[in-house]
Design a protein. Structure first.
Length: 318
């Protein structure tokens, strides 16, 4: 190979590497800016931030070939991508060390194989309120039957719901257009009510997220009163603009109450947070942690809240 052809091959390789970096980095940036306001941009929002590391390495390789010397730009982009990825999903908070009301929310999906691991996780977690999407067959497991003798068990849609606290009301608000909304009201230890809105939004990626939220707004008009907490599988990422439109006045609580790694899907490599807790400033959870159940499709959320009286008076619930 002549020196000229070698130089030309190097330029082509350099251009391909730099072009690959642009093809990854530019769509990611557009997705972060446009979010899921439009159908086309919702696809770009799903590009994981760690792909900036790949873009950075491609850029570094392309610049190395082009300039034949060490170039920091690509490595800087790779480091920034890694730091952003961790920053968006990691929260350094600590679990509370005082008694709290513990709520387990888990998008388990269909029960595959034996019900025993599903039932064991629910029983071992032993939350005050348990909300599981799917895994309804786990209710027939002997361990669940024994544990269920001390709680109130109910089925609503695809949800298995259990509560150690007295259930005041449990109502399916809407189940239409693949959107399921359930209200649950329990009596706290201080005798005050705690109201939850349980949400399951469609996962079909072809559906416009804006259309889904607009449909949810129509169904949410059936609510009797605003809930204290909104939780569920929204199939929306942590940075979603549509997530913040879901219920006016409610914001994702992970940034203020999250502890540890926040990804919930896929369970074995959770790079997306699709399961969320939305709250108002008047009702911020003590903590939210994600837990690997070692079965099912998603990681679970364990939410800890203090009772209404403790929230208002600054005293922990008993």
């Amino acid at each position: 190979m002549t020196q000229g052809s070698s130089s030309q091959a190097t330029r082509v390789a350099s251009s391909l590497l730099i072009g690959g970096a642009v093809l990854i980095g530019l769509p990611w940036f557009v997705g972060q800016v446009a979010s899921d306001r439009w159908w086309w941009s919702q696809w770009l929002l799903w590009i994981p931030t760690f792909m900036l590391c790949v873009a950075g390495l491609l850029l570094w390789g392309g610049l190395q070939l082009r300039h034949s010397r060490w170039h920091p730009a690509g490595l800087a982009l790779a480091v920034i991508g890694l730091l952003l990825f961790v920053y968006m999903l990691w929260s350094p908070g600590e679990p509370p060390k005082v008694p709290s009301i513990r709520i387990l929310h888990w998008t388990a999906g269909p029960t595959l194989g034996s019900t025993e691991p599903y039932a064991r996780f629910i029983v071992d977690t032993n939350a005050d309120i348990t909300i599981v999407e799917g895994a309804r067959r786990a209710a027939t497991d002997p361990a669940m039957r024994k544990w269920g003798s001390n709680v109130t068990l109910a089925m609503r849609g695809q949800f298995l719901i259990a509560s150690k606290l007295p259930i005041i009301r449990l109502r399916t608000v809407a189940w239409a257009r693949d959107i399921l909304l359930i209200t649950m009201e329990v009596q706290q230890p201080d005798k005050r009510p705690l109201s939850l809105l349980i949400v399951d939004l469609p996962s079909n990626p072809d559906r416009s997220r804006g259309e889904v939220i607009n449909s949810a707004h129509e169904l949410l008009s059936r609510l009797d009163a605003p809930p204290d907490l909104v939780l569920g599988d929204f199939n929306l990422t942590q940075g979603s603009w549509q997530l913040r439109r879901f219920l006016p006045g409610y914001e994702p609580a992970w940034s203020t109450a999250g502890t540890g790694w926040g990804g919930t899907w896929p369970r074995t490599m959770p790079i997306y947070r699709l399961d969320h807790v939305l709250t108002t400033r008047a009702m911020t959870p003590r903590s939210i942690t994600t837990v690997d159940p070692e079965c099912g499709g998603h990681r679970a959320q364990l939410i800890e809240v203090k009772s209404d009286s403790a929230q208002n008076q600054g005293e922990p619930s008993q």
